[in-house]
Design a protein around this ligand. Structure first.
Ligand SMILES: Cc1cc2nc3c(=O)[nH]c(=O)nc-3n(C[C@H](O)[C@H](O)[C@H](O)COP(=O)(O)OP(=O)(O)OC[C@H]3O[C@@H](n4cnc5c(N)ncnc54)[C@H](O)[C@@H]3O)c2cc1C
Length: 286
């Protein structure tokens, strides 16, 4: 019987494992090996690790948690029965007193030819993660509605040359013109890529030269295990947790992007760490 089984060995899961391993708990972390930022060249904005390749950060984390006796299992969790019985694709079943789900989310990208292939290099989501790397270059924001306007205004922080591609139904907002952001309405028909580099955005047969593009994917949480256990959702459709990571189901905890799409690597790690400490307190108090 494990004290805790953690599902997902991204920054949230590994940070939870580090705290629980150091708290001398019997812990297993099961990971399917598909972290969200795998396509990125570096993790930016993580103090003391700024720019480190994402795979390297996780590899270092795995060595650290293994040093405290945490078992890392490369597998996929298919189902969790109440109690908890954690069923793995490889056939193993793990029994656990508590469950921490840190399974992240999937970015559902706009269906534009050429876009998915450039994801994580010159098609990106987060200006705080990638804005500095493309500063002062011709940037595009391919994003509809008010969130698209907000992103265009935000991206303007990193370059004087920003074009907003709002789709066929632009939202009027004076701030775009005030900040010198050109708006090119219409269906984006493809991203133009030359010599393994984004060079433009095509709208109605016109190619607007651009060096990088910011998009607003739909965030789809990998929360099937949580919902199958009956965890309550927020109005936004994410599993509800309290401020330390407790879900509505006793013994089931969650942290990181699976419950909050806004969290970056350092804040996901912080959420996993906090959840682990509070979970340990719960075990101590019985
Ligand atoms: C292209 C891109 C670049 C980014 N760059 C940055 C950056 O520079 N700086 C920054 O701070 N943030 C960046 N981010 C955000 C960052 O990826 C997330 O903040 C972070 O990955 C969230 O950590 P997490 O632990 O919640 O989830 P993840 O890192 O996604 O880890 C979840 C893990 O759970 C596993 N898993 C899922 N389901 C199961 C299952 N059923 N069984 C077993 N394992 C499972 C997955 O395989 C995965 O390994 C970027 C995101 C993207 C998309």
């Amino acid at each position: 019987m494990y004290d805790v089984v953690i599902v997902g060995a991204g920054p949230a899961g590994l940070s939870a494992a580090l705290v629980l391993g150091r708290a001398r708990r019997k812990v297993a972390v099961v990971d399917a090996g598909e972290p969200r930022n795998a396509r990125a060249s570096g993790v930016h904005g993580f103090l003391s690790r700024d720019g480190m390749p994402p795979g390297e950060l996780l590899a270092v984390g795995r060595v650290e948690v293994a040093g405290y006796g945490v078992e890392i299992i490369e597998d996929k969790v298919l189902a969790v029965e109440p109690g908890f019985e954690v069923r793995l694709a490889g056939g193993r079943t793990l029994d656990a007193r508590r469950l921490v789900v840190t399974t992240g989310l999937r970015d559902e990208l706009p269906d534009i030819p050429g876009l998915a292939e450039r994801w994580g290099s010159d098609v990106v989501v987060c200006p705080y993660c990638h804005g500095y790397e493309v500063r002062d270059q011709p940037l595009g924001v391919v994003a509809t509605g008010e969130h698209g306007v907000f992103k265009a205004l935000l991206v303007r922080n990193w370059s004087d040359d920003v074009v907003h591609f709002p789709g066929p139904d632009p939202v009027a907002d004076d701030r775009l013109a005030e900040r010198g952001i050109e708006v090119v309405p219409g269906e984006v028909t493809r991203l133009v890529v030359e010599r393994d580099r984004l060079t433009g955005v095509e709208v109605a047969g016109r190619v607007v030269p651009r060096r990088a593009v910011f998009v607003n994917p739909t965030f789809v949480p990998a929360d099937g295990l949580l919902t199958s256990l009956g965890c309550e959702l927020t109005d936004e459709g994410f599993v509800r947790t309290d401020e330390v990571g407790r879900t509505s189901v006793p013994g089931v905890w969650a942290a990181g992007n699976v419950v909050d799409p806004m969290l970056q690597v350092i804040t996901s790690a912080g959420a996993g760490s906090l959840a682990a400490a509070m979970l340990n307190t719960e075990l101590v108090l019985g």
